[in-house]
Design a protein around this ligand. Sequence first.
Ligand code: GDP
Length: 583
Amino acid sequence: AEDKANAGAIGAEGEGSGEGSGDLATEVARRRTFAVISHPDAGKSTLTEALALHARVINEAGAVHGKSGRKSTVSDWMEMEKARGISVSSTALQFTYRRGEDPVPSASGTEFDEDARAEANRAAAAAGAKAEPPNVINLVDTPGHADFSEDTYRVLTAVDAAVMLIDAAKGLEPQTLKLFRVCKQRGIPIITVVNKWDRPGQSPLELMDEISDEIGLVPTPLYMPVGIAGDYRGLLRRGEDGEPSEYIKFTRTAGGSTIAPETHYTPDAAASLEGEAWTTAVEESELLSAMGQDHDSELYLAGETSPVIFASAMLNFGVHQILDALVDLAPPPRARETVAETERDVTDEFSAVIFKVQAGMDAAHRDRLAFMRVVSGEFDRGMVVTHAQTGKPFATKYALTVFGRDRTTVETAYPGDVVGLVNATALAPGDTLYSGKKVQFKPIPQFAPEHFAVLRAKSLGQYKQFRKAVDQLAAEGVVQILRNDLRGEANPVMAAVGPMQFEVVTARMMAEFKIEVVVENLPYTIARGTDSESAAELGRQRGVEVFTRSDGELLALFGDKWRLAYIEKELDHLTIEPLVADA
Ligand code: GDP
């Protein structure tokens, strides 16, 4: 049998996204733009590397942390980043992937004819460049470590799908849950990957129960693992009514550094090969079907169910099944809603939304990079587009797809692609760029902050400059800025999703504005929306403080959930509402 039957179809030459068909509808249809949502240590970096191994990387954008040095680029943004050994930037990795052919049953009907499949894959790859182009996958990185911040959430406004990566032993963890809620709220469909199946963990059904009980997402495994966690042998592919359609057996390679060879067996062959482990997998699969947990495209796209794949990113088991699922199930780029309550269709003229702005990545130049996700039309470097928020023209001479140290110019991009724009001083997250017919997309919601601190200039003499710097950092979306009369203009309060955002402010104040600041943490942990009628009374309560955010929203801050619950109960005539991302 041809061990690398699938690998044979990957990496054919001449498949770069820049060399696409040029036909807009085709370019859109072959794209998948997704992010991995996970808790630190679930294996996101390892999975990213494993995915890259299966694909032809076109653009690498510092998405991979430099654990092994393999396929890694490290951005040199600020000393703080170096000191911590983490990447502050949210960036993107783009690659092509050609889905392998499904196995072809041999004449005997009990085994699959791997030679026939390998041949089909080779033929497809050879014909590929001309016939059907491969898929183009954009993996947008969510900073998922200690640097959890608003940027993490904003990335989710730039993707069409998400992979929820969970550790088989730990199950759902806090950061995964937070990100899941944002996906749910934005209607982003989720594929679940249970990682580290090569290590002891919970049983597949326990994990499935945990997902449906805790977050109400109905898991619909595409495959069942054969062999318990810690004894991962392969995958049972689920067919109609949970009936197994084939067995994919994996073989370990040294250190998982190459694509794990797969051998495909018919269910009958699998039963005699794996015995009890196979029978268990079949039973589990049928049980799930009996409970209605079979993949349903409509329910998946509606965010109600989630296809599940059991994998080991480290051993490279189940990894190309993840790519296949993205290609087969995840949605291509879609129309986006505008402030006028209309939609900009993907095949309309060029438009894009800024989802992240990063300043001072290059120490020598102190430049600003804005990352846009193309929403509609074709982007060609050099085109002069309009910045919807100011109505001013924006020249796109400096457009990049590789960020961090290695920057590569991008000439053409299509809906779903991420492009970095240099010297983008006027652009802020949520802004729209367009050409042709005017469009403005809905703003990115300001997420519910959980960390609060007073920001002060050390020297009062710098007040004017300080004020200007604060306004600029707020406009860029680095932190949210809250003010109230009691504290006064000189003592704005920073509000953030992650405390690291405060460090970014401190560092940038010094580096760019030469202002030394003092940061004083406040003991609040919860923000709620309120209105002008309720503000005064609410503000008089012990342990509550009311602020006006720079976007005009009134926010009430509470010390903890008990204080909040008490006040909600005692003063139920007051308006106290969850902020958008709490929903
Ligand atoms: P991240 O924090 O989510 O990016 O996680 P990493 O990719 O850095 O992985 C965290 C740790 O888990 C590392 O020590 C990895 O080697 C390990 N790891 C990741 N994937 C697997 C896996 O599939 N199996 C096992 N046994 N370990 C894994």
